[in-house]
Design a protein around this ligand. Structure first.
Ligand code: F6R
Length: 614
């Protein structure tokens, strides 16, 4: 996963690939590589020069200067490790047994383990730990003299997400791109063509871009680019004229990284589930592969995190308690080290940190380990300190997050914790098959429902405009709605510098209600849940104090019609799924309030993406 570039044209491919990889660096990565089909030398067979670095693109450039590959066709990649450590061997491009097929890949191949086993049985030799390496071997296995046909046959076997750029020494004038659930475009230049995961890579070379659709393959030759489906049916791709500069392109045309990343929520939620969940609720984590019997030993769950990750911990606590019937405690990691230990070897400590580097959380991890708990890090960054130091890791697979305020990683954390809760519930025999199936169906519907919320951005922007005149906000909810309220309030305060706090609906009348008047609005999470009726009563109490109320309600529920000042209608969903959907709405709301107030959304004052001091 990270950045892809492919080139076919009259220029030397190497400098184009390297310049493009430099422009993709902003996304974050751990290693890089390029493969160039060498210009044929008289009397010698066609060969490919492959150069990789387990460091930065500058290191790759230094290595290539010593090799100086020449040729007009090549592919390049910056890697953000998902399967396999960030090492030289795992860096892309990957190749088949005979060094004829070269592939770079973004995404996650869900069924790579079974494909790898099948290919190994057929005699294929693998050199890396990656899921990607199955692709060149699968193409090799299907190769019968036609590279494009072999690619199509191979891709029909792959489940999951991929954006791929590929070439073969057997067909030296053909560059192939393909995508499913991961973005890929084809850039059209003068007598030259590009394949890229991100328009940023190619923006100085061309403004004309073909956007590939799901499951489509682009076959690029010196004569042009032809796009077809995996069945070989020709399709007319969408031609887009891009007028962005590099900085706009890095943000995918959005004005801020945060907005781009909120818009990646649907993909992030889908990726966190990808390949881990069956219809009947069986969950498998690759880097935390305990047997049922091993997992059954743990009778209590401790969840540690800070900030947004602590809010995710609170949601995890609720789900584990509710579904698995296990005692669960979400703890502020910075406080944890100073408390008296009341846990031991039968405790599972879940370390929640998107960066994997937060100092407070790392101290908590080490303490939990020292006191005999089994530790698992739930993190977005492969081989981060938390992932390395914990006994196991659950990766978010959300892709890089550049905006300082966490957005899509929070949602991926929720999904990961739900999956962990389901796994614990299953091994402890605390959940019926029917209930598991209901929860899975509800989680599976979330990516589409998230898209539905994102499509209503204008509605949210209008609300944000109306509420941006207030200087104080209270967010309130019950059950899972409470941590959602805490997170909604944190998002608002950190990017707009407007005071906001979260309280439970129950706590409201024990003090905070004294604050309320016509200038103190309340955001109330009233979507369907076992405590929704209680929230309706709370909203009546708030309205009686003249405070404006923006209520999030479930479609079909008219109990707050004419009561709340504004209602935002959410789709019907399980409470767990609603926590994700409500959070997306509140992220967009906070974003638009901050923009309305003219704040620096991506880099709020006094904050850093990764807080590495205690
Ligand atoms: C808020 C935010 C922070 C982080 C916190 C922990 O938007 O991003 O509150 O959640 O600093 O960071 P991680 O998850 O990297 O441990």
């Amino acid at each position: 996963m990270c950045g892809i570039i492919g080139y076919l044209g009259e220029r030397e491919a190497t400098p184009v690939l390297l310049e493009s990889l430099k422009r993709l660096e902003y996304r974050g990565y751990d290693s890089a590589g390029v493969a160039v089909l060498e210009a044929p030398k008289p009397g010698s067979p066609i060969s490919t020069s492959i150069t990789k670095s387990e460091a930065k693109v500058d290191d790759l450039i230094a290595k290539i200067q010593a090799i100086k590959p020449t040729g007009h066709l090549g592919i390049g990649h910056t890697r953000w490790a998902t399967h396999g450590r960030p090492t030289y061997i795992n860096a892309h491009p990957h190749t088949d047994c005979h060094g004829r097929i070269f592939v770079v890949h973004n995404g996650i191949i869900e069924n790579f383990a079974e494909l790898r086993e099948e290919l190994q049985k057929a005699g294929h030799e693998f050199t890396s730990e990656t899921d990607t390496e199955v692709v060149p071997h699968l193409i090799e296995a299907n190769y019968k003299g036609d590279f494009l046909a072999a690619v199509r046959a191979a891709l029909k076997r792959i489940r999951g997400a991929y954006a791929l750029a590929m070439f073969s020494t057997e067909d030296p004038e053909l560059l192939i791109g393909a995508r499913l659930n991961a973005p890929l475009v084809v850039g059209l230049g003068e007598q030259e063509f590009y394949i890229a995961s991100d328009i940023t890579a190619i923006i100085p070379y061309t403004k004309r871009v073909l956007v590939l659709g799901e499951g489509e393959v682009a076959a690029v030759t010196p004569l042009g680019a032809e796009v077809s489906t995996l069945d070989g049916t020709t399709v007319k791709p969408k031609l887009v004229h891009v007028d962005w500069d590099v900085s706009q392109a890095q943000k995918g045309g959005y004005p801020h990284f945060m907005l781009k990343e909120i818009n990646e929520a649907s993909e992030a939620v889908a990726n966190a589930m990808r390949g881990r969940l069956t219809d009947d609720g069986s969950v498998t984590f690759r880097e935390f592969a305990l047997t049922d019997e091993e997992l059954r030993r743990y009778r209590e769950v401790l969840l540690l995190g800070m900030g947004t990750s602590r809010h995710a911990a609170l949601i995890g606590e609720h789900a584990i308690e509710d579904w698995a019937g296990l005692p669960a405690r979400a703890v502020d990691a910075a406080e944890f080290r100073y408390r008296r230990p009341t846990f031991g070897p039968d405790t599972l400590a879940v370390i929640i940190t998107q960066s994997g580097e937060t100092a407070d959380t790392m101290v908590g991890l080490h303490q939990a380990k020292e006191r005999g708990a089994l530790t698992v890090a739930v993190t977005n960054v492969f081989a981060s300190s938390a992932a390395r130091d914990a006994d196991g890791a659950i990766y978010l697979h959300a892709g890089p997050e550049i905006g300082v305020a966490s957005s899509k990683t929070f949602l991926a954390h929720l999904v990961s914790l739900y999956l962990l809760a389901l796994r614990l519930a299953t091994v402890h025999g605390r959940i019926s098959l029917e209930r598991r199936q209901e929860l899975v169906a509800s989680l599976r519907a979330v990516p589409d429902q998230v898209r539905g919320i994102l499509d209503r951005e204008q509605e949210i922007k209008t609300l944000a405009h109306r509420y941006s005149k207030y200087r104080n906000f209270l967010y309130t909810g019950r059950g899972l709605g409470y941590p959602v309220a805490l997170e909604g309030a944190l998002k608002l305060k950190e990017i707009s510098y407007v005071h906001a706090e979260g309280v439970t609906g129950g706590e409201l009348k024990h003090g905070p209600i004294a604050l309320l008047d016509a200038k103190f609005p309340v955001i109330a999470i009233c979507t369907a849940s076992p405590t929704a009726e209680k929230m309706v009563s709370n909203v009546h109490e708030i309205v009686a104090r003249d405070a404006p109320v923006l209520a999030l309600v479930t479609e079909g529920d008219d109990s707050l019609d004419g009561v709340a000042t504004d209602r935002f209608v959410m789709p019907a969903a399980e409470e767990a799924a609603s926590a994700i959907l409500n959070s997306v709405m509140l992220q967009l709301f906070a974003y638009h309030v901050a923009v309305e107030l003219g704040q620096d959304v991506d880099q709020p004052r006094n904050l850093a993406k990764s807080v590495t001091v205690e």
